[in-house]
Structures are given as C-alpha cells and as structure tokens.
Design a protein around this ligand. Sequence first.
Ligand SMILES: Nc1ncnc2c1ncn2[C@@H]1O[C@H](COP(=O)(O)OP(=O)(O)OP(=O)(O)O)[C@@H](O)[C@H]1O
Length: 489
Amino acid sequence: MSVKELDSLDKIVSLAKARGFIFQSSDIYGGLGAVYDYGPLGVELKRNIRDNWWKAMTQKYENIVGVDAAIFMHPDVWKASGHVEGFNDPMIDDKQSKKRYRADMLIEGEIAKLRSNEKFEEADELQQMLDTAGSREGLCEDLHKIIMENEIRAPESGAFDWTEVRQFNLMFKTQFGATSSGSGEEDAVYLRPETAQGIFVNFKNVMDTSRQQIPFGIAQVGKAFRNEVVARQFVFRMREFEQMEMQYFVEPGTDAEQYDRWLEERIAWHKELGIRESKLRTHPHPEDKLAHYAAAAADIQYEYPIGWQEVEGIHNRTDFDLTQHAEHSGKKLEFYDQQQQKRYTPYVIETSVGLDRTVLMVLCDAYREEEVDGDTRTVLKLNPEIAPTKVGIFPLIKKDKLQDLAHKITADLREDYNVLYDESGSIGKRYRRQDEAGTPFCITVDFDGVESEGEDTVTIRYRDDMTQDRVPVSRIKEVLSEKMKSWKP
Ligand SMILES: Nc1ncnc2c1ncn2[C@@H]1O[C@H](COP(=O)(O)OP(=O)(O)OP(=O)(O)O)[C@@H](O)[C@H]1O
C-alpha cells in the first residue's frame, strides 16, 4: 500500500476546517488575522492534550502545584519583567504594497528561496550574516544592512523599496475604564504576552500556603496575547494563543542539572503523546543569542511542513524574575532553607509549550494519505488517548434490531468514552469520516452478530490498519482498553 505523509500546511488547514477541528475566527465576517476558533473535534483534542500535560505535571509530581492567574496584571509587572522595554520584534514595511514584514523572517525566507534554487553557497553566506546580526543592540541597523546589501525584494510585490527597520512592541495595550485620566499611558494595562509572570508574582503566595520546599514547581495553563507582526502560518503563530508553562524553583548551583533533567523529561512527554522520534529534535541556543534573563535555553523543535520549528522552550531563567519583582514590588521573594539555615533567591527552570502549536504538531504527525483499492484514504493516526472521539458506533443498516443494539452499546460506552453514533450513509463512507476525525475504533452491528446462536457479537474495525475483529458484546470494553494501551505511532 502506498502511504503519503503530509506535504503542505494547506492540507491540514482544509481538513481542520472540513472536519470541525479549527476555524478562522469571525469567519462569516471575513475572518480576523491570526486568530482561530476550535470546533467540536478541535476542542476535545485540545482539552485532551491540556489534561495530559496537567497530569504529567501536577498529578505525577507531588512537588508541582498549579495556579490559574488572571490575564490582566498590574502594569508594573511588565516593567519589572522587561517586556515594556524589550518585548519587541524588528519590523520593516514595503513602501509600495504597504505590507509589513518581520525583518529577520524576511531574510530567512530569502535563505529558503536560495536553497530551493540550489544556491547553497549564497544561502550559507546569508545565514552567516543573519546569525552574526546583533542580538538586541544594533539589531535593526544590522538587519536593514543585510536586506539592502543583498537586495532582498518584497515577496509579494517584488519591490525593493523598504522603510527602515524599527522595533515593534508585541504587547496588546488596553485601559481600565473608570480609572482613566485621559492621557492613556499611566493607566495602560496589558493583555499578558506570556503566562510565566502570573507564576512569579504568586511565588510567595504559593510558598506561604502550600508548604512546598525548594525544589518545587508551579504549573499554569492559560491564554497569552502577542501582536505578532507576521502571522500567516495557521495556529503556529497566533495573536491569541494558549501556553502550558511550568516554572521549577531550585537552589542556585543545582540549576544546570535541573535544566538537563527537564529538557529530557519534556522530550519524553512529546514522544509519549505519540510524536515520532525522527520528527523531534532539540536546538540549543548559542550563548550570544540568549535572552537577557537566561543562562541556558533550548527549543524542542518539530519538523512541521513549514520546516523545523519551536514547539516548546526550556529556559534557565536564573533568579532574574524573582529579583526583578522583589526590587519593583518591595517584597521579599526568597526561600529560607531551615536545614542549612540560609536564605536565597531561587533559580528558575522554565518549561513553556504552546498548546496550539502542540495541537498542530499532533495533527501534522498523524496525517496520512493511503491508497486503498484505487481510492485515497485520508486518516489521522492520533494516539487514542488524545483522539477527540474514541469510538464510532454504526448499525449496518437502519433496522430496529441493529439500531437497538447499537444504541445500547453507545449508551454503555458513553460512561467511559467520548463516542459517536452514526447510522447515515454507506458503511464505507462512515468509516472514512471517522478516519479523518482520527477516531481509533469503529463498532459495526450487523445481522450476523445479532441473529446467530448465543451472545450477540459486533465487529470492531481498527483505524490504523483497517483490520476487523468479531467480538462478543460483553468483551467490547476490555478489547478497546487493551488496544488503547498497546497503541504505538
Ligand atoms: N504567536 C504564537 N502563537 C502560538 N504559539 C506561540 C506563539 N508565541 C509563542 N508560542 C508558544 O509559546 C511557547 C513559549 O513561548 P516563547 O516566548 O518561548 O516563544 P518564542 O521563542 O517567542 O517563539 P517564536 O520564536 O516562534 O516567536 C513557544 O514555544 C510556542 O509554542
């Protein structure tokens, strides 16, 4: 059988829309850029992944607890964290089309173009220039120079008519109604651009109430907002998205070891989710490219159809955040170690994964097109644990005897699983629908099963290899549970 993997993001975008995983936000009004809604299947898939992550943190480890901080935070939080000053991306405008680009991504696009035209030497040279561009100071000037010297044209208009490169702050700013003095600036509140700060400002609250000792972690899942300059990559880069973050507070000196440990644990989590090992890699950040707060950082990358890209970041944030918040708030954010009788500001190892990027990774990794009897079968080979629907239940045709048993099985399985009863259309079409939804099992009730001697039987059809087993009704749950446990990507 010939099997094809995913070769373009467009296929996932279409499937996600057609099957009700993900829709463009405000679709009937023409959509809103880089904002997306999850449909009936998407919301289940996303929730299953979120639950899986939450369990892998707070249920697995006694010393990891959760919080759910508000999206709005005191404006001083963002001064202390450095976001007001430095959470910027370099942008450049094409004067002819008025289209805006992220300067670094524009150069990356040019590199990709050179490579696809087999101009490898030129591509390497350009990459070298991009790698050595200033990380913060002088970045805009460096990027502008690269664009000018290499005569990089605007991808859409083909023009070579650029503005300067400027820093663009990615935080969405808004105002608290009744308190506004009119000028705006002093009353500005932000939509949080990361969930991490909600954890840092609650460090003391959690320490005081949860009886945790260092090392311990605080986990949080929630929305974050970034006014991304370029957002043309589906749910990979959104303006409103969800992060799953865990900040692990450790004694200084043990941070390097804890960093290695969490990098390993997090890669293992992605594999357990069912992602193929060959599609995952780590990308350590070179020292001169580290963020101002970090002592070490690595991306966990997945090979999306748009190339190798970050799905998760692991960072050694040192004591930067707690020190900053202690300074700006005037509150002590330290840990007193009673055994060693010493006081210190803990270091933080952060694991930060995008939930939407994980959903996209899971969909991309599961997607296959298979030639079956001269037809193409599109199938999502999702890990049954996270599949939105676990079982489809079909009476072969609309006859009381078959429908009654199918309804009974549906009601019974509904106690444990998210299931779907479907009696319309040919059985082949019903299977294909569930293949595209990633449903791992389909149960069909036919006449052979209800009319033969002894206990009623059904056929269970397996999504991945399309084989079928005839199973007595009383054994259905047992078989499903076994098959779920033994599933491999
Ligand atoms: N605009 C976005 N849309 C969807 N997910 C995002 C977005 N920005 C960040 N994330 C997710 O949050 C995680 C942690 O955020 P972090 O600030 O480390 O990302 P980042 O390094 O800014 O990402 P990138 O370099 O791709 O913009 C990322 O690994 C990613 O999964």
